[in-house]
Design a protein. Sequence first.
Length: 557
Amino acid sequence: MEPTPHNTGRRHRFATRWLAAINLMGLIVVALWLRCYQLENIPGINGDEAWYGVKAQQLLAGQDVDLRTPTGNPPNPLFLGPVLLLHACFPASFTLLRMAALLSGVAVLVVNWLLCRWVFDRRTATVSTVLLAILPINIAYSRFAWDASQSVLTTLPVLYFSLAAVRFARDSRWRTVVASTGAAVVMLGIAALVHPTNLLAGAVMAAVLATWLRWRNIKRWIDGGRINRRVMAVTCTILVLAVVAVALWAGVHESERFRSRMGDPRELTEPKAAAARTALIPRLLTGATVYQYVGGSRSWFEWPAPKDTYRLGIDILVFWGTLTVAIGFLWRSWKTNGRIEDRVLAAAWAFEIMVFMLIAGPRNMIPGYERYAICLVGPTVLVAARGWSLCYETLRRRRLLLVTASLAAWLILADFQVHYFSFIHRTGGEAHRAFRTGPAEPKQAALDQILRQRGDGTTWIVTTEYWLEWPLRYLAIGEKNLHVLLHTDAIELPEYQQAIREGRVWFVEFDESFGQDGLQKIRAEMAHHDMRQSTIDDYSGRPTLHIFHPLPMAPSG
């Protein structure tokens, strides 16, 4: 039987679908592998991460624990709970410390797939899930034991449940509308516990409320007999209370640190900052921000912009071009098909960006502060995914779009491998001192060396650095007769000088190339003591940590 054009076309479509499915699975598998690879030492553990591990072990030991974070905020129970459970089942390690963040990063993909299919469709769910999987900011924050590693996980449900309240109103499914509205409010509260700036995810509620309260819509629904007035009243009341609660919380929040980090609206009117405002969101998503903060490298996608500038690059052009097309198709979907949820999605994204810029400001998107802007990741990804899914439906040459998108996705993952892992493997890191690392995580290597060298009696490990104190305390909790203290606390204790004379004190400090004075301070204090010194090197062979051990003093007389 000779093949017909119809049969040939079917075979081609079948082959295309299988190749696309294999490609998508490959992208997700590689993205998951990048989340897990060398989790224990890349990047170096910092004090904020280790704080949760120390508190979890203290709680398990039944100790009285001050649960205020070093910045004065209450802890994130959604993060502390899994950390507590993991440490109840397994011995402490830096891999275990980061496991809760890793699991949260994987859970984002599952949650997004389920909720996006429910509110939109399978294609939008597939595209958005793959985008969330491959985005460098999501991969990097799945490797950090920080509160912000759960920001996307908790803000996405706020977005989807709010959109569901609009989506299912079209079908007069009023119980679902009320339940979705209530779920969105609950998830917004949970998101705020994870990180304060996640409250900005409530911008979608304001967009939904604006849609509900348009008199033209209310009149049409009532005249058509399609609305239960009591349900409408309950839904609007929930949304109004949620918006008012967010406004009140933002106005009376007691943390001065939080207020000091908020932006100045006058920054938005500065002409010199226009280029930065245009670049910040693209570079947050494409990885340039996190590469600079963690490794000190830069992304391929920044070309041809010079290093450490916000000038025009490929990332800015592609990002804003993609978003413009996507928003255009969202608006078209509303106009031609009556899908009001698509319009609300576009409006919610624009409103959240505007509110973030007014309240938090551009300063909270720059390297080192990008965790405040992670609440923007979910809406931006969904706008792009939904818009391009609608675009795909209209195309005749779909294979060209699939091939182009696939190449871009693999290039993003390659960019992460080269400018995150390979760069750190080559240099040890060129950014913050806490992230500098080597084949063995430097704080882990320092403690292992001290444990091999110590003798009988209580051992003291003293440092001037917050970034060293908490990781060392975390690793030392399971060891007997071992104390880790800040230098300012140690010198207040009467037994400190006795421990130095008996050779039971080890000092751990960052190398002076980081511009810190801790090393000089310890050298000056111990100038009249004989000391054994050693260093912990990074991947490139540069000294990262110095270990000083004053030798026991000979007894007088």
